[in-house]
Design a protein around this ligand. Structure first.
Ligand code: NAD
Ligand code: WQD
Length: 333
């Protein structure tokens, strides 16, 4: 029996594949390399000393997805494949809805055909919308995300719930990630986006290496500890382990739809991130304060209690670890 990982050469997917291989799982990865590189496959093998099957397949290609299920006995799917850039999704909504939603529909259709009943889905804190309380807890339910990317996540959650309502043998885990940063401690895999990054940590990494001049801090007049935006940053390796726990939970609980936040439960400000990065890595990160970024919220973080109580999962790594591993990866690459 194998676990299919869609988007398994991407940032979070590759770290999860490493953790799955480390505990001896049989896995099959599909990715179309729209936002990752083939070298990642060799890098995962280098870290783990283990082999796995890879298909360069677009999940929108139903025929090829059928072939993947035909050639392998797939017992569960971890579904990472999707487009994730918030700003780009505003400019290209149709591409985002098509890739993320149609891709998931095709995956679920093929799973149904091959009687595969377990799926873990990469959702996001963005589905809470703007609930008014910065501590996001699963009982709040879904709000209205402000961009097409976020809307695809909320819609896919609903599609998964409807899929369960129509087939009560399905076991579905929805994981809502907060802000993943960091990299594998080996420095061999991590996140290195093409061009000018949108997210804070990749931007800091590029300033640290000298590729970009300074970080623009988007606003220092928020109602937060130091006026800059506050988020719940979580080490990508901790996040990866959360998927193993979610799979175990599906095994234990059987059918149902289970929703969990994966965050550390603490908010860090933009300046705290910059200062910690400078301190642990002994590098200078020049920055300037600019206007707020449209659409940004002042502050939010996870209530991770449900994941702790039900999945037995909690984050282990500190902000220092996240900053050190992000820089270590950047230096190596
Ligand atoms: P990523 O872009 O690094 O990984 C996604 C992978 O999916 C890439 O390797 C890409 O090539 C692949 N892919 C995209 N469309 C595909 C398709 N149609 N067929 C096959 N492969 C396809 O992103 P990530 O940061 O690793 O995110 C993984 C998942 O987690 C995504 O669904 C993302 O929306 C979600 N998520 C990410 C974050 C974050 O901040 N990184 C936060 C919350 C949720
Ligand atoms: C973090 C903080 C910025 C860049 C996004 C998506 C979300 C999820 C994670 C997928 C904010 C500030 C940033 C910069 C800055 N992804 N900032 N200068 O916006 O919390 O979340 O990624 O689901 O859906 O929206 O992450 O890293 O862009 O920003 O000051 O150059 O850093 O204002 O306070 P965000 P981010």
């Amino acid at each position: 029996m194998s676990i299919l990982v869609t988007g398994g050469t991407g940032y979070i997917g590759s770290h999860t594949v490493v953790e799955l291989l480390e505990i001896g799982k049989d896995i099959v990865v599909v990715d179309n390399f729209s936002n990752s590189r083939p070298e990642v496959i060799e890098n995962i093998k280098k870290i783990t000393n283990k082999d796995f099957k890879f298909y360069e397949v677009d999940i929108l290609d139903e025929e090829k997805m059928n072939q993947v299920f035909q050639e392998n006995e797939i017992d569960a799917v971890i579904h990472f494949a999707g487009l994730k850039a918030v700003g780009e999704s505003v400019k290209k909504p149709l591409e985002y809805y098509y890739n993320n939603i149609t891709g998931t529909l095709i995956l679920l259709k093929v799973m149904r055909k091959y009687n595969c009943k377990k799926i873990v889905f990469s959702s996001s804190a963005t589905v809470y919308g703007n609930p008014g309380n910065p501590k996001y807890v699963e009982t709040m339910g879904r709000g209205v995300p402000t961009n097409p990317y976020g809307k695809t996540k909320a819609m896919i959650e609903e599609i998964l719930e409807d899929t369960y309502n129509a087939d009560k043998n399905m076991s579905i885990s929805i994981l809502r990630y907060f802000n993943p940063i960091g990299a594998h401690p080996s420095g061999i895999i991590g996140e290195n986006p093409q061009g000018i990054p949108n997210n804070l940590m990749p931007y800091i990494q590029k300033v640290a290496i000298g590729e970009l001049k300074e970080v623009s801090v988007f606003g220092n007049d928020y109602n937060t500890k130091d006026g800059t935006g506050v988020r719940d940053y979580i080490h990508v390796q901790d996040l990866a382990v959360g998927h193993l726990k979610a799979l175990e939970y599906l095994e234990k609980k059987g059918s149902g739809v289970y929703i969990h936040n994966l965050g550390n439960g603490q908010g860090y400000s933009v300046l705290e991130i910059i200062n910690t990065f400078e301190k642990v890595n002994n590098v200078k990160i020049p920055y300037k304060i600019t206007d707020r970024r449209p659409g940004d919220l002042d502050m939010f973080y996870a209530d991770p209690t449900k994941a702790k109580n039900e999945l037995g999962w909690e984050n282990k790594k500190s902000l220092e670890d996240m900053c050190r591993d992000s820089w270590n990866f950047m230096k190596n690459n």
